[in-house]
Write a protein that binds this ligand. Structure first.
Ligand code: FAD
Length: 307
């Protein structure tokens, strides 16, 4: 029952101020968000890629309130891409972006988000890599899919995320499972109402398998975003049955969660991409990680009490 409470807190400004100012927060946050600046994150990119992992980079931030913040988000990604160019890692390091951080929720936000994300997609393409559009709450998705379609006209490799907990997602998966598409399937991390989303874990897991089958049997490139051991072995089985070779799909997990499994899958010859977040506006991202596993919250509270 704690998960929905934490997710509600993730949207509260008061909680944001309280938690961001807590004296021990930073050391707990570091487990999931291992840096604040490009300089912090470059050594981590070097280390993880040297271990055979691939990465998708997220500059944390969402729920911005001014167009200037949206432009600052764009510029933060451009600075990162500039540094990646020298590292010559190509598609081994791609970008993940949240359109809310590019202005999607502001007045005229759809066009603003498209205008701000396009230069990031262009810069990524120029260094031989790509961008995946993260999925946020369900009210943002029609706009996200329209922006995805628009970007794919010039950059067909642009990826997007779909969430198994939403009733709409099976239909989205059928539409997206076409040649050349790159689709990350996740369970879904936001607090969604029963009118649009499954609420029970077993229902979400069953939907995940149905949707994964659609992606694996389709023509696109499935990206399996989950830490769930059962779903990972089902994904391997579905890929095998669909006749996919190891480089025709990939696994993705979050930095700080099941790190040994990242290395184990990579050592077995799978493509394993680690979603690595960095930046200063970490509150929303961090709270969703707490909501996914209430034991994280207990650890967080214990570390505050022990100070
Ligand atoms: P779960 O059943 O939640 O977890 C399985 C096991 O993984 C748990 O038993 C536990 O051992 C471990 N685990 C999972 N989460 C945690 C945690 N926070 N801390 C510690 N251990 C944990 N959601 C979106 O809505 N939109 C997105 O764009 C999006 N992008 C994502 C990208 C990637 C690469 C990944 C891996 C997830 C993304 N998510 C996104 C989050 C996703 O929706 C889930 O909330 C999250 O992955 C937890 O679900 P799970 O599949 O790992 O299964």
């Amino acid at each position: 029952m704690l998960g929905p409470v934490i997710l509600a807190a993730s949207r509260s400004d008061r909680m944001r101020r309280l938690i961001s100012a807590a004296p021990v927060t930073k050391q707990v946050v570091d487990r999931f968000i291992p840096g604040e600046s490009v300089d912090d994150i470059v050594p981590i990119i070097r280390d993880l890629t040297a271990r055979g992992l691939e990465l998708t980079m997220d500059v944390v931030g969402e729920d911005i309130t001014t167009p200037a913040q949206a432009e600052a988000a764009r510029d933060a990604y451009l600075r990162l891409i500039d540094r990646l160019e020298d590292m010559e890692l190509g598609e081994r390091v791609e970008m993940s972006v949240k359109l809310s951080m590019f202005g999607q929720a502001l007045d005229g936000g759809h066009d603003m988000a498209l205008a701000n994300v396009r230069p990031v997609v262009e810069a990524a393409a120029a260094i031989g890599t790509t961008v995946t559009l993260d999925a946020e709450d369900h009210t943002t998705l029609d706009s996200m899919f329209a922006i995805h379609e628009e970007l794919r006209r010039d950059f067909p490799q642009t990826g997007c995320v779909i969430q198994a907990y939403l009733f709409r997602t099976e239909a989205d998966a059928r539409r997206l499972a076409a040649a050349g598409s790159r689709v990350r399937l996740v369970k879904g991390a936001y607090k969604e109402p029963a009118e649009v989303a499954y609420q029970q874990k077993h229902e979400i897991d069953k939907a995940y398998v149905r949707i994964l089958r659609i992606l694996m049997e389709g023509e696109g490139y499935p990206m399996v975003g989950s830490h769930d051991p059962r779903l990972i072995s089902i994904a391997q089985e579905l890929a095998h049955r669909a006749g996919r070779k190891p480089d025709e799909y990939e696994f993705q997990m979050l930095y700080g969660i099941r790190g040994d499994e990242h290395l184990r899958l990579a050592a077995q010859g799978h493509r394993m991409r680690v979603y690595t977040a960095y930046g200063t506006d970490w509150y929303g991202y961090f709270m969703r990680r707490l909501a996914e596993k209430p034991a994280n919250l207990r650890f967080f509270v214990r570390s505050m009490l022990s100070k």
